[in-house]
Design a protein. Structure first.
Length: 326
């Protein structure tokens, strides 16, 4: 490793200050690990930047595939590190809590490699379309491509927000595209193809097959379940879920466990409002009649339809008598 020498890194100091203001205890573990890795490799780079950046020439023609791993975690200077890691800090806090640490770490690892691959594909297309071999030499470094991919995910999982880009209020789902153009105009030295590659990878995950492929590659490892989706495929109201849990896992005396049939069976075909109304009525009846059941009948799927319906006046009288006994 080559230790970075020279001037005081104001960007690094400001980054450390911002992290201290947030508090280490408030930063999720994977996000904190990514920050620590990038800071460490900024201070102790594995190699010089020309030896870790990714390009068509180095990655594709010379088969230096290790650059796909090294290029995202190395930065050109302290301000490059600062802006990328501040963005990672806030995106990581939001997304890691949403996706959980194991899946978020998996996403970071896959995106880091895949952004470099898509970047090379884009540069190779420019070579062919524009007939300009210089695009093969464009060498990219930094975490910003991954951050653009994470921005797409953040907008996907937190829809309906508004982002401020150069003072303009932009719907979040379009913000990444506006930022892509704005950054290139403000700082022409940045890699347009690298940032675009990040957006495309994010869209491959949210709208394309990437998430399904990642889940398939994760295999049967339980820690790699996608936490953004409910673990129970019955996504009805809380009331219905309670009934499902009570019936299937505890059952009734003498009742043999069997596989759940359908959501319709659990709700009796009632809407959520009708389920709530029925549940309240059953609860009142249970209290009024001491919780006894008629003919020791088993209650189907948590919804009890008593064989004899009582009028509202009768229920009111039973309730009054109960309160009088108290």
């Amino acid at each position: 490793m080559q230790r970075r020498q020279g001037r005081v890194n104001a960007g690094l100091l400001l980054l450390l200050y911002q992290i201290s203001q947030v508090g280490l205890q408030n930063i999720p573990s994977v996000t904190l690990g990514v920050l620590a890795l990038n800071i460490f490799l900024f201070l102790n780079p594995v190699r010089a930047l020309p030896e870790v950046c990714i390009s068509v020439k180095e990655g594709f023609y010379r088969k230096n595939w290790q650059r796909l791993l090294l290029s995202p975690v190395h930065h050109a200077d302290d301000w490059h590190l600062y802006y990328n890691m501040i963005s990672m800090l806030w995106k990581g806090i939001m997304l890691e809590k949403k996706l959980k640490s194991v899946w978020f770490a998996y996403i970071i690892a896959v995106f880091s490699v895949l952004v470099g691959v898509v970047y090379m594909v884009l540069e190779f297309m420019l070579v062919k379309i524009l007939d300009d071999p210089s695009y093969e030499m464009n060498c990219a470094v930094g975490f910003s491509g991954v951050l653009f991919a994470l921005k797409v995910l953040n907008n996907h999982y937190n829809p309906g927000r508004v982002s401020s880009v150069l003072g303009l209020q932009i719907p979040s789902k379009y913000a990444c595209w506006v930022e892509l153009v704005a950054i290139h105009l403000i700082s022409p030295g940045t890699s347009f193809a690298g940032h675009l590659a990040g957006i495309l990878v994010g869209l491959m995950y949210t709208m394309g097959p990437l998430k399904k492929i990642m889940k398939a590659c994760a295999g049967g490892i339980s820690s790699f379940t996608d936490p953004a989706r409910p673990r129970d495929y019955y996504s009805g109201n809380l009331f219905s879920l309670f009934c499902i849990h009570f019936t299937d896992y505890y059952g009734y005396p003498g009742y043999q466990y069997r596989t759940p049939r359908s959501y319709y069976d659990y709700t009796g075909g009632l809407t959520e409002e009708e389920q709530l109304e029925r549940a309240v009525l059953n609860s009142l009846n249970e209290r009024d009649f001491g919780g006894a059941t008629y003919n020791n009948e088993r209650r189907p799927y948590g919804f009890w339809f008593p064989p004899e319906q009582h009028s509202e006046e009768e229920i009111r009288r039973h309730r009054l008598r109960r309160f009088e006994r108290r």
